[in-house]
Design a binder for this molecule. Structure first.
Ligand SMILES: [Zn+2]
Ligand SMILES: [Zn+2]
Length: 200
C-alpha cells in the first residue's frame, strides 16, 4: 500500500463547490488585523458578533440575534482591502405607527484601510482621491467595522411597511388597525385637494 506523500496533505478537490458549512464560524468580537510590519496578508473572517459588542448600534435599535459576517481581508502595497457581507436581525420602532417591527440589516462591505494618520488631517489642502480609513494604532478591529457598516445600513426612517398608514394625528388610533371619523382618509395628502377639484 502506497504511503501518501507528506508534502501534499490532501489532494485538491476539483469540480466540487466549497462547502460553506465547512468554513469555521468564529466569534469575531476580538478579531482583528495588526498591520505593524505586515506587507502581504490574506485572511477570511467568517462568524458572528453579539449585540453586546456593538453598543452604538444597540443604542439605536434592538439587536435580536448576533450579526453574521463573512469578510475577506487582503493586504497588498500597504493597503488593506476588506470585502464581504454582513447581516444582522434587529427590532426597530416604526416612525409612523410606533409599533416595533423585525427586519434584517444588510451591508455590502468594500472598504480600504491604511496604517497611520490621515494625511488630509495634517494638510487640509490635500483632497482625498479614494475613500481610505486610516488606522493610527495600526490595528483593524473587525467588530468595529461590522458595527460601523450596520449603523450605515440602518434606514433613515424606520417603517414597519412602506405603506404604513401611521397614527391618526387627531385621535391617535393606529390607522393600520382601525379607522376613525376624525377626517377622511388621505385628506392630508397634497393630491386630496386635486381629487375634490375634479369633482366640481
Ligand atoms: Zn408602521
Ligand atoms: Zn382619528
Amino acid at each position: 500500500m502506497a504511503k501518501s506523500n507528506p508534502k501534499i496533505p490532501f489532494a485538491p478537490v476539483l469540480h466540487e463547490p466549497v462547502d460553506e458549512e465547512m468554513v469555521p464560524r468564529h466569534n469575531l468580537s476580538e478579531a482583528g488585523i495588526d498591520l505593524e510590519g505586515v506587507r502581504r496578508l490574506s485572511r477570511r473572517f467568517r462568524g458572528f458578533v453579539p449585540g453586546s459588542r456593538m453598543p452604538d448600534l444597540t443604542a439605536v435599535c434592538a439587536v435580536t440575534a448576533p450579526a453574521e459576517a463573512d469578510l475577506s481581508a487582503v493586504v497588498a502595497k500597504g493597503v488593506l482591502r476588506l470585502l464581504g457581507q454582513i447581516h444582522c436581525p434587529v427590532r426597530q420602532e416604526c416612525a409612523r405607527c410606533l409599533v416595533p417591527f423585525d427586519s434584517t440589516l444588510h451591508a455590502e462591505v468594500e472598504r480600504q484601510f491604511m496604517p497611520g494618520v490621515d494625511p488630509a488631517e495634517a494638510d487640509s489642502q490635500q483632497e482625498m482621491v479614494e475613500e481610505i480609513t486610516y488606522l493610527p494604532d495600526f490595528r483593524l478591529s473587525i467588530a468595529t467595522v461590522i458595527e460601523e457598516e450596520l449603523l450605515l445600513a440602518l434606514p433613515m426612517i424606520a417603517l414597519c411597511n412602506p405603506d404604513c398608514a401611521g397614527l391618526c394625528p387627531d385621535c391617535g388610533v393606529d390607522r393600520n388597525q382601525e379607522s376613525c371619523q376624525c377626517r377622511p382618509a388621505g385628506s392630508d395628502s397634497p393630491f386630496a385637494l386635486l381629487k375634490n377639484f375634479n369633482k366640481v
